[in-house]
Every structure is written in structure tokens, then in C-alpha cells.
Design a protein around this ligand. Structure first.
Ligand SMILES: [Zn+2]
Length: 155
């Protein structure tokens, strides 16, 4: 799989802004190659195997954020060792602590949930984005959760 294949797919989708999207993908893949220690073809193969929606919708900042916004771990075990999830997560809606990383569920049972939940393709600046290096080829997914309190306090 090469960038030309993606270009072809975008043409078939009649996508209008092909050059801009291809530039975005190429720039991003360069950074992913370095941080994941994989080559471009491997990464593209894996993304294309995984993709189940049109390429023009899939290759966005949401599914494919910039490396500077991304936290990389070898696997879930390493992430668990580095982050204490028992401290909860910061709800991006009300900034209260939530026990659920996807949906506002206050740690403090006296407080009411603001009902904030992660919606796809919306502003995700206040989310903690991560992926697992060891599984990336089989599961090239960037997950986005509410910010763990443990990280929030230490940054
Ligand atoms: Zn909330």
C-alpha cells in the first residue's frame, strides 16, 4: 500500500481537496514512522485494512491526530503502570472528576452529571489520546478518553 493507492481511493470517492489531504497524511505518517518504529507501507497497510469508512472521512485529525498530541505506550500494561486510573478523569464539560473516561459520571455522588459524553468527530482538544505501539499493526486505533486526573495533576 502506498500513498498513491490512497490518492486513487480519494479520486474514486470524488473527494475535492485531494492534495491537501494527501499532504496531511504524508506529514503525519512521517512522524508515526519515527515514533512507532514502523515504515510507511506497514502503517498504510494497517490503516487501510482497518478502515471501514470512506478515506476522506477516515484520514482526519480525529482518527489520526498529530504525534505531538499523542501518548504512545507499548501496551495496556505499560499505560496502567504509568497512570493511576483510580484517581478518575476530568470531564471536559464541567471539569469535575468522573469515574467513567467516556461519559460524565461524577466521582462525588453528591454532584450531578453534566451528561457530557464523547461525540465522534467533535472538538477533542481536551481528550487524552493514546495508542499501543505493540498492537498498532493489527489495531491501528487512536483512543480518546477524558484526561486522567493523574496526568492532569502532573502536567
Ligand atoms: Zn461533566
Amino acid at each position: 500500500m502506498s500513498i498513491n493507492n490512497i490518492c486513487q481511493v480519494l479520486k474514486e470517492e470524488n473527494y475535492k481537496d485531494i492534495n491537501k489531504l494527501i499532504n496531511f497524511i504524508e506529514e503525519n505518517i512521517k512522524d508515526y514512522e519515527k515514533i512507532l518504529n514502523l515504515n510507511k507501507e506497514e502503517i498504510l497497510n494497517s490503516l487501510e485494512n482497518y478502515r471501514s469508512i470512506p478515506a476522506s472521512i477516515y484520514y482526519t485529525e480525529n482518527n489520526f491526530p498529530k504525534v505531538k498530541d499523542l501518548n504512545i505506550f507499548h501496551d495496556f500494561k505499560e499505560m496502567e503502570k504509568k497512570i493511576d486510573f483510580s484517581k478518575g478523569f476530568i470531564c471536559p464539560g464541567c471539569k469535575e472528576k468522573s469515574v467513567n473516561p467516556y461519559k460524565c459520571t461524577p466521582v462525588d455522588k453528591e454532584k450531578k452529571s453534566c451528561n457530557f459524553r464523547k461525540k465522534s468527530l467533535n472538538n477533542t482538544d481536551n481528550f487524552f489520546k493514546f495508542t499501543f505501539r505493540d498492537d498498532f499493526l493489527s489495531m491501528p486505533v487512536i483512543d480518546q478518553i477524558f484526561f486522567p486526573v493523574d496526568i492532569w495533576l502532573s502536567s
